[in-house]
Design a protein around this ligand. Structure first.
Ligand code: UT7
Length: 358
């Protein structure tokens, strides 16, 4: 039987750190509100595109696996904020990696895009249609935020994370997975005009996220808990068999609510939302990389992954980690840091939304 083992990982976090107390200069909010309601202390905003962030995390993951770009049969980019829709952004990353004629697909299921991508690629590897591939989650949501909507603009951050999967006969990688989508819940999180709609012919193109936080919160806790239970059952495991829980990082209260519903020991839960906010499709791979880099993953762990996002898409998986916790090689590629201030980086977005920071 084939499995799809995780053999490389890498992440990229933009250099510009924006603390809650920086946001109060242009959003009607407080550090206290954001921290107590979400667990977020700071987030990163990127000066480079989703594709660039994705590319660097991909270079790191490839070096970490000790593989060549030509080893890749498929690159999946999970993102809601792709630089280009046609041609897709995965093909940009593929060309920049020099990955020859590897197939390149963008998938968008919002925050669950990386988990959806990993589930799909694992099944392709198990079925034998490809041998090796890379799944990247990368988001630059800072460009899509409406600074007048304090209920959503404080939540998100930018970043990227990537993993390399390859065929193995060891029982490693995803040993069970479920992807789903909650019925009749599209309107709770939407960005109208972020696609081709009749508005394109009438210049009705104002981008602004519509967000019903409380409605999403309830459905996220319920649907993630159900999907987690389903993948545990599928794998013949109970929550006691789980060594580590890596959930999507949308809100510390959602993470804790799902954890307590399932009976996860809080010490086994990876939390990165305090430093990076909600990086959407990038949040699980960034958290996975952090658990590896900090030595929390020592090899052989059984890891529960869970995610949800606009749609409302949802999903969970059981990931059996192998022995490798060290990079085979390091990449020599990098992205120069941003030297300016947030007001300079986002000046176009601020003026578009009528924000005056002076
Ligand atoms: O990954 C997928 C995307 N992520 C999500 O969908 C997140 C899901 N939802 C949530 O995380 C939470 O629902 C929020 C953090 C968005 C909101 O937390 P909440 O505890 O559900 O607050 P609320 O929406 O019920 O708002 C409570 C109050 C309101 O004021 P009133 O009406 O009670 O006077 C809001 O206007 O908090 C106010 N508020 C804020 N105040 C200061 C909302 N946003 C802010 C803010 N700063 N940034």
């Amino acid at each position: 039987m084939n499995y799809a083992k995780f053999v490389g990982w890498g992440s990229y976090l933009p250099s510009l750190v924006v603390k809650n107390r920086d946001l109060v200069h242009f959003v009607d909010t407080t550090d206290e509100w954001i921290l107590s309601r979400t667990g977020i202390k700071e987030r990163r905003y990127s000066h480079v595109s989703t594709g660039e962030m994705a590319w660097l995390s991909a270079e790191k993951a490839l070096a970490s696996a000790g593989m060549l770009p030509s080893d890749l049969d498929l690159i999946i980019l999970g993102s809601t904020t792709a630089n280009d829709v046609c041609p897709n952004t995965a093909s940009y990353i593929k060309n920049k990696l020099k990955a020859g004629s590897a197939a390149a697909i963008d998938i968008n299921s919002a925050c669950t895009s990386w988990l959806y991508g990993v589930a799909m690629m694992s099944d392709m590897i198990k079925a034998g249609s490809i041998k090796t591939g890379m799944v990247i989650g990368s988001e630059r949501l800072s460009l899509g935020l409406d600074w007048n909507k304090r209920e959503s603009c404080c939540l998100f951050g930018d970043g990227a994370g990537a993993v390399v999967l390859t065929r193995s006969n060891e029982k490693l990688g995803l040993i069970s997975s479920r992807i789903s989508c909650v019925p009749d819940s599209r309107e709770f999180l939407e960005i109208p005009n972020w696609g081709i709609q009749p508005g394109i012919h009438t210049n009705d193109l104002h981008l602004s996220m519509n967000f019903d936080g409380a409605a999403i919160f309830k459905r996220a806790v319920k649907s993630m808990s159900l999907d987690c239970q389903a993948v545990l059952n599928q794998a013949g495991l109970t929550i006691k068999d789980i060594d580590l829980f890596i959930p999507h990082q949308a809100n510390i209260r959602i993470i804790n609510a799902v954890g307590s519903k399932l009976g996860v020991d809080p010490d086994k839960t990876i939390v990165t939302i305090d430093r990076f906010g909600n990086t959407s499709a990038a949040s699980i791979p960034i958290s996975l990389c952090e658990a590896l880099e900090s030595g929390i993953i020592k090899g052989g762990e059984t890891i529960l992954l869970a995610s949800f996002g606009a749609g409302l898409s949802c999903g969970a998986a059981i990931l059996k980690w192998g022995a490798s916790t060290k990079h085979v090689k390091e990449t020599h590629f990098s992205i120069p840091s941003y030297q300016g201030e947030v007001t300079e980086l986002l000046s176009d977005s601020f003026s578009y939304h009528g924000i005056n920071c002076s």
